[in-house]
Design a protein around this ligand. Structure first.
Ligand code: NDP
Length: 442
């Protein structure tokens, strides 16, 4: 396919830089596939795959604690149902817009395909900012959000999960409202509470899965996580459980962050303290130094990448790790970087890692553990069964091992062995492209 194809798609989606970023990366990775399979270019598979099947935007009015009316915008991008119902998280953050959700939704198509489970791709959310809101305000917002969304979704149509700003509390409020509106108890959301249809390991899944993936990357260089020094950005769901698994694997995590700044504890971060600050108090990472006076707090989250480490895990947000940060990591001897967040490394940063032979695990492969266990939650809900922690964790681990194996094999077949960016894009794409071809022009 010619560059003209990509340019046309970019032009059709003006003012959407994050969406352009992922489209350009995936398009470049797929060039060898288009050469080998001209039938995909002929059937315009890429052009079709990059156009969402359906985009829903809606008004979300709600009343704050001061009895003032607030209005936010809600979104759901139903991107692809080629291999299963639309599946993907909801993000509540003040920066949410169409570009961010289209980038996340498009990535989700390929990520879900990589898991080997029958899930299509979708993403949604709102520009609602949960920071500083009371539980009652969050509940009223979630109920109003679901008052519109419920008519578009269903356990066999479109299944939601958490993402930034959407955790167990928000999933609970939305599930409650969906149940009331539809008079049905179904698995329309994943990440549910354990007593009402949730799956064990879902909370830990993205972080744990990330480390299972890193362990596979390291094995290719006869290394392991034992004894490694780690930096993990963010201090939300993904980062906290990535850090927990690092500790279980015998690694030492020395730094974590939030959007305000980062903490550095050279003795090793005390995760129980971070969990308490973030999960119980919903506080700021800066509070860590109050109970750990030997640790340091620095304003500004980007500085975290200047800390010397063997393994770097960008687990916070898109484009948080730029070329300069990548150069600093390389200078400090980093051996592996794996993305728990979605698209946290800029294209310039990825180039630096590849050029310096740093093992690099791209998001759609490395952080697929979350959606994989969401898929397992859907299976358990359909069967009205609950699997044990050990059984679910073992399935998660196997899925991550397989994703690494398949991405590595695709990189060897079509690109450069070990280029997991290309490998993941290609392996994810091929399965969806085959399904689209077999299902005709729909
Ligand atoms: P959470 O809302 O639980 O946590 C996000 C964390 O990142 C918070 O600690 C937040 O701090 C911090 N943060 C935000 N911006 C920055 C920044 N610029 N620098 C440093 N820290 C920052 O979200 P999740 O942990 O669920 O999601 C994190 C990433 O992982 C996102 O990219 C998401 O799309 C991706 N992801 C999540 C999955 C999941 O299962 N949850 C699955 C797959 C991917 P603050 O409180 O200050 O905003």
């Amino acid at each position: 396919m010619t560059d003209e194809t990509l340019q046309k798609i970019l032009k059709k989606n003006p003012g959407e830089p994050e969406f352009h970023q992922t489209l350009t990366e995936v398009y470049n990775s797929l060039q060898p596939v288009f050469k080998k399979h001209p039938e995909y270019a002929e059937a315009k598979i890429f052009e079709r795959m990059t156009e969402p099947e359906r985009t829903i935007t809606f008004r979300v009015p709600w009343m704050d604690d001061k009895d003032q009316v607030q209005v936010n915008r809600g979104y759901r991008i139903e991107f692809s149902s080629a291999i299963g119902p639309y599946k993907g998280g909801l993000r509540f953050h003040k920066t949410v817009n169409l570009s961010i959700l289209k980038f996340l939704g498009f990535e989700q198509i390929l990520k879900n395909s990589l898991t080997g489970l029958p899930m299509g791709g979708g993403k949604g959310g709102s520009d609602f900012d949960p920071h500083g809101k009371s539980d009652d305000e969050v509940m009223r917002f979630c109920q109003s959000f679901m008052n519109e969304l419920y008519r578009h979704i269903g356990p066999d149509t479109d299944v939601h999960a958490g993402d930034i700003g959407v955790g167990g509390r928000e999933i609970g409020y939305m599930f409650g409202q969906y149940k009331k509106l539809t008079n049905s108890f179904t698995g329309v959301l994943t990440g549910k509470g354990l007593t009402w249809g949730g799956s064990l390991v879902r909370t830990e899944a993205t972080g744990y899965g990330l480390l299972y993936f890193v362990e596979e990357m390291l094995k290719t260089r006869k290394e392991s996580m034992r004894g490694q020094v780690v930096v993990s950005s963010g201090s939300g769901n993904v980062s906290i459980y990535a850090v927990e698994k690092c500790e279980q694997m015998g690694a030492k995590v020395v730094a974590m962050s939030d959007s305000g700044g980062y903490i550095y504890d050279k003795e090793g971060i005390n995760l129980a303290t971070v969990k308490h600050i973030k999960e119980v108090d919903r506080g700021r990472i800066s509070e860590y130094v109050k109970s750990h006076p030997k640790a340091e707090y620095h304003d500004g989250s980007a500085g975290i990448w200047s800390i010397k480490c063997d393994v770097a895990l960008p687990n916070a947000k898109e484009n948080e790790l730029d070329e300069k940060a990548a150069q600093a990591l390389v200078k400090n001897g980093v051996i592996a970087v794996a993305e728990g967040a979605n698209m946290p490394s800029t294209p310039g940063a990825i180039k630096v890692f590849h050029k310096n032979s740093v093992l690099f695990g791209p998001a759609k492969a490395a952080n697929a553990g979350g959606v994989a266990v969401s898929g397992l939650e859907m299976s358990q809900n359909s069967q009205r069964l609950s699997w044990t922690f050990e059984e679910t964790d073992a399935r998660l681990k196997q899925i991550m091992v397989d994703i690494h194996k398949n991405a590595l094999a695709a990189s060897e077949q079509y690109s450069t062995k070990g280029n997991l960016v290309d490998g993941a894009n290609i392996a994810g794409f091929l399965k969806v492209a085959t399904a689209m071809t077999q299902q005709g022009l729909v």
